[in-house]
Design a protein around this ligand. Structure first.
Ligand code: NAD
Length: 438
């Protein structure tokens, strides 16, 4: 199928996703525990990437370069890679699959998906809609497959030489296993791993705007986003005021059944997540931190077995081991700084490098944060939180986050192989670099 026709399959998928947005969001909510607007937002992200990929299907551009030899044309062409294996995490059960799949399909690849074992229904629903789109557009059979399996099933994909690219979203330990195994067989890998996202708040920041940005990023999805804000690095002149406002705002959060539209914070994934949060809070206290609010389990009558928690704010004396770890729960560590260079050092002094932000009205400070000696993350924002990226910009991070880029800009290139073509129409055989032979 020519690329624009492949785009039609994705276009139809996007239409079906629009038609069934609420249905799919119900599955996402049931399995991942997201509040309704976030579950709908996740499906909207799938629709947005379909739109993006349809446009991309007519823009798989290759360059033409001037050849150093007369009567020669030098150019590049882009070809499908083959089979793309997609492994996804529980907390975004469907959007990262769509980021990969919409682009992989227009690039001419087929996809095999190993979703999280915790979000199987969302995966089956998503796959059923894509299958319908493919059938209606008379695409070849089985361009998309879903494999319901645990990590062992994932490893079969990882080790299979027929799978040209493994795109894996999940924790850093998962990436540490997957990366070398794919490299061992010279396969390609695209890793979207854990984050430990921080924001700097400068002395000139608009504190009301900062408050709203921080609360959404730190407690949205109950702190279970790869881009959740986990560290707040605040100038010493405003740290007390901002912290006070944050503690007050945390006190007003409604926590409970995510289907109830008045609730802003749904449950943690399971008991293990709750245990990890408690352990991190203990460690933080051992390392000199003070828990200012939160951490307690909230028992909800309608779902007594669910693990709801009061999001926590912990004042830390500075950098420490616990702050360097991603704990997949709503804990916000607050630290203070006096010099901007100190803030950058604290900010970049963690192993992960996904998302970052600065709240400031000082243009020089903002530019420094975005410069090469500022934030070392794949995403760096000004006056906006660390989470809630939109389709169109490349998504991904540096260091332990794995280096992958998805969902926008020229990330389509990850799903294709590039060939360089030299065409000689001179009738002679001049060699490059002026080499003489025969
Ligand atoms: P996880 O690492 O436990 O599992 C993710 C997926 O990998 C699952 O499908 C799992 O079955 C599979 N898996 C695990 N080990 C594997 C192995 N050795 N070989 C093949 N497959 C394997 O992660 P999780 O608990 O589901 O999700 C939370 C984590 O994911 C957090 O660290 C979060 O930051 C990260 N995450 C990152 C992004 C991103 O885009 N950077 C997005 C969402 C989640």
């Amino acid at each position: 199928m020519p690329a624009p026709e492949r785009g039609n399959v994705v276009k139809r998928w996007g239409e079906l996703l629009t038609e069934h947005k609420e249905d799919l969001a119900v599955l996402v909510q049931a399995e991942a525990g997201k509040i309704t607007s976030e579950a709908l937002g996740e499906v909207q992200e799938m629709i947005d990437i379909c739109d993006f990929a349809v446009g991309q299907s007519r823009m798989l551009y290759g360059k033409t370069m001037p050849s150093e030899r007369a009567g020669h044309r030098l150019m590049e062409t882009w070809h499908p890679l083959g089979v793309v294996g997609i492994i996804t995490a529980f907390n975004f059960p469907v959007a990262p699959y769509a980021w990969n799949t919409a682009l992989a399909l227009v690039c001419g690849d087929t996809v095999v998906w190993k979703p999280s074992e915790a979000t199987v229904l969302s995966a089956l629903g998503t796959n059923a809609l894509l299958e319908r789109a493919a059938r209606e557009c008379e695409a070849p059979n089985h361009i998309n497959q879903v494999v319901i399996a645990d990590r062992n099933g994932g490893q079969q994909l990882v080790d299979d030489p027929r799978v040209a690219l493994i795109s894996a979203t999940g924790s850093v330990p998962m990436g540490r296993e997957v990366g070398p195994r794919v490299a061992e067989r010279f396969g390609r890998v695209l890793l979207e791993l854990g984050g430990n996202n921080g924001a700097i708040v400068g002395p000139s920041a608009d504190l009301d705007l900062t408050l709203r940005g921080v609360v959404f990023a730190a407690v949205g999805t109950a702190g279970q986003r790869c881009t959740s804000m986990r560290r707040l690095i605040v100038h010493e002149s405003v740290v007390d005021e901002l912290t006070e406002k944050l503690v007050e705002a945390y006190g007003t959060l409604s926590i409970g059944d995510p289907r109830n539209e008045s609730n802003l914070v749904g449950p943690l994934m399971n008991e293990k997540s709750f245990g990890a949060m408690q352990e991190a809070l203990r460690e933080a206290q051992d390392q000199g931190g003070t828990v200012l609010t939160g951490g307690e389990r909230v028992l909800a009558e309608e779902l007594p077995e669910a693990y709801y928690v009061q999001p926590a704010i912990v004042r830390m004396p500075g950098q420490s081991d616990v702050v360097k770890k991603e704990t997949f729960a709503p804990i916000l560590y607050v630290m203070s700084y006096s010099e901007f260079s100190e803030a950058i050092e604290l900010h970049n002094g963690v192993p992960q490098g996904l998302s970052s932000a600065i709240f400031t009205n000082d243009q020089l400070e903002a530019e420094r944060f975005l410069s090469s000696s500022g934030s070392d993350c794949g995403i760096a924002n000004v006056n906006i939180g660390t989470s809630g990226a939109e389709i169109g910009g490349a998504f991904g991070g540096e260091k332990d986050t794995g280096g992958g880029r998805e969902s926008g800009s020229d990330s389509w290139k990850a799903y294709m192989r590039q060939a360089t073509n030299t065409v000689n129409y001179s009738g002679e055989l001049p060699l490059a670099q002026g080499v003489k032979f025969l």
